[in-house]
Design a protein around this ligand. Structure first.
Ligand code: AQP
Length: 334
């Protein structure tokens, strides 16, 4: 990439498993944009990961295309960062296999996300179990040192670090241990007010929805379940609507106070939140509509991203293959 070689490298991946939502944005995407200013940034649309939940080929292809539009619309600049499609680089899966030979199964079975997804009824495939191993490969194949992710990913990042340590112990110091970079948002709860906002849970506020759809979604949010009557005092600390106001306007404490004293009702607080979300994302929504008019642009962006990262991946895999004793030891000639 054209920046000075001293810049540290950032990688993060996002699954094309559905439309971008407020949890993705507040938890991770806001940092994708911020970090591209200071780091050599690589962002992956991790379609191999999404195969654990999206089982229709046409749909996965479309969702991958749509996720590139989302990332461009929130402000990723393909001149400053590289946007890649994970499946364009089969070495991610190769490195995952190599890590699979190092990782004890017990590390994966105790992973909280795996347990949650099984409880949620997601197919208990081998891919679901080894998801964090592929995630570790995604990050370290670029020798990335910083990984902007939501706080829901803290355990996965810790596992990535353990995998790196185990690999390095066996084969020598090849990979740096990646560090998570969090925003100040907590794990954002879904419209049900209970579970993590998640594409597969169907409880998301999709940031690129049309304004009326955002209004409808926000009005359906569960608030403080103990506040039955309009005159009952609310508990803003347990009300997801009040919590989300923190990110959309500087009057968060007044809004909390209004709820606590029953000066305001849940309906007004939701209406205000919906309008603020709509206004906040309006320029991004407009940019996305403009970008969507040029479908070829997405593939051009991905091709440029691939060209930027190809030498990095070749160099890492040459080093890894030499260390573990597979294949030829020269960098690929592709
Ligand atoms: N609710 C959330 N709060 C904070 N951060 C979140 N992220 C996702 N949901 C929340 C962060 O968004 C980035 C991209 O996530 P992902 O789509 O790759 O995977 P995910 O965490 O599994 O997101 P979903 O919506 O829950 O997808 P499905 O349902 O398909 O598994 C990550 O950095 C994540 O931390």
């Amino acid at each position: 990439m054209s920046q000075p070689a001293t810049r540290e490298r950032v990688f993060s991946g996002i699954q094309p498993s559905g439309a971008s939502h407020l949890g993705n944005y507040l938890g991770a995407q806001v940092n994708y944009v911020a970090l591209q200013e200071r780091y050599e940034a690589i962002y992956g649309i991790v379609d191999l990961h999404a195969m654990t939940t999206v089982h229709d080929g046409e749909q996965l292809r479309q969702l991958t295309h749509d996720m590139v539009l989302d990332l461009l619309a929130i402000g990723l600049d393909p001149d400053r960062s590289a946007l890649i499609r994970q499946s364009d680089l089969p070495e991610h899966a190769e490195l995952c296999w190599i890590f699979n030979t190092v990782v004890p199964v017990s590390w994966l079975e105790r992973n909280p996300t795996y347990k949650e997804k099984r409880t949620d009824g997601i197919d208990n495939s081998n891919g679901l179990l080894t998801y964090p191993v592929l995630q570790a490969a995604d990050i370290v194949i670029y020798k990335a040192t910083h990984v902007p992710v939501g706080k829901d990913q803290a355990a996965h990042l810790e596992l990535s670090r353990e995998i790196v340590r185990a690999f390095n112990r066996r084969y020598g110091e090849i990979f740096p241990e990646p560090q998570a970079v969090f925003t100040d948002a907590p794990v954002v709860l879904g419209t049900d007010g209970v579970k993590k906002m998640s594409k597969s849970a169907g409880n998301t506020i999709r940031v690129f929805d049309e304004p009326d759809e955002i209004r409808r979604t926000v009005m359906s949010m569960v608030t403080d379940t103990q506040r039955i009557k309009r005159t009952d005092p609310g508990r803003p600390e347990v009300c997801n609507v009040c919590q989300l106001h923190r990110f959309f306007g500087g009057d968060y404490l007044q809004i909390q106070d209004g709820e606590r004293t029953a000066r305001t009702g849940c309906v007004e607080t939701k209406q205000l939140l919906a309008e603020r979300i709509i206004e906040f994302f309006r320029p991004m929504r407009e940019k996305r509509v403009a970008l969507a008019a040029y479908p070829d642009h997405v593939e051009q962006v991905l091709a440029a991203g691939l060209a930027k990262v190809r030498p990095i991946v070749d160099a890492t895999m040459a080093e890894v293959r030499a260390a573990v004793g597979i294949g030829h030891t020269r960098a690929s000639s592709r």
